[in-house]
Write a protein of this length. Structure first.
Length: 175
């Protein structure tokens, strides 16, 4: 089994890590995800912010520690939980106020038969439909480590866990 892992999450050292782009850290982006208001203002100011997360996971067909390119992939499983906070940040004082907390989960299971023809190798298994995001009625505090580096992409490692023998780090963390 190969897997992208976040060792600090896996080992329980932290309970959350930022999934930011690593550029606008610790925030997710700097286009539709943010809006700046220069104040104080004399009238009410309304605006819309949005976030669109399209992840691009990489999966190898072969055993990542082998020099062979023979396809051995039989399934892809992913189960991730996310918490997204809509916040107001006072750039003068650094104060962060949580306005809304949204939780969502993505579960994915794909069965793979590498012997079949391209376009017929993969089949989406249950769950077909994903759970809808949940807007919490009571906001959660932001975990302090989410505001600090590293972000998830810089902290993840690619592990190979053979049926027998010791696990092996294939790609170490960037940070």
């Amino acid at each position: 089994m190969s897997s992208w892992e976040l060792p600090d999450l896996r080992d329980g050292n932290i309970w959350a890590i930022s999934d930011s782009d690593g550029v606008n850290y610790p925030w997710y982006g700097n286009t539709t995800e943010t809006h700046t208001i220069v104040g104080p203002t004399k009238r009410e100011v309304r605006f819309t912010v949005s976030m669109n997360d399209n992840f691009y996971p990489s999966v190898t067909w072969a055993v990542p520690t082998s020099k062979s390119n023979i396809a051995h992939l039989t399934s892809i499983t992913r189960d991730q939980s996310f918490t997204t906070w809509l916040v107001a940040c006072n750039h003068g004082t650094g104060e962060i106020i949580v306005l809304q907390t949204v939780k969502w989960r993505m579960k994915l299971h794909i069965a793979v038969d590498p012997r079949r023809a391209l376009g017929q190798r993969a089949k989406l298994m249950e769950p077909i439909n994903q759970e809808r995001p949940l807007i919490l009625s009571k906001n959660e505090l932001i975990s302090p480590n989410v505001l600090l580096k590293p972000n998830a992409n810089d902290a993840q490692v690619l592990m190979w866990r053979p049926t027998s023998g010791n696990p092996e780090v294939v790609i170490p963390p960037k940070n």
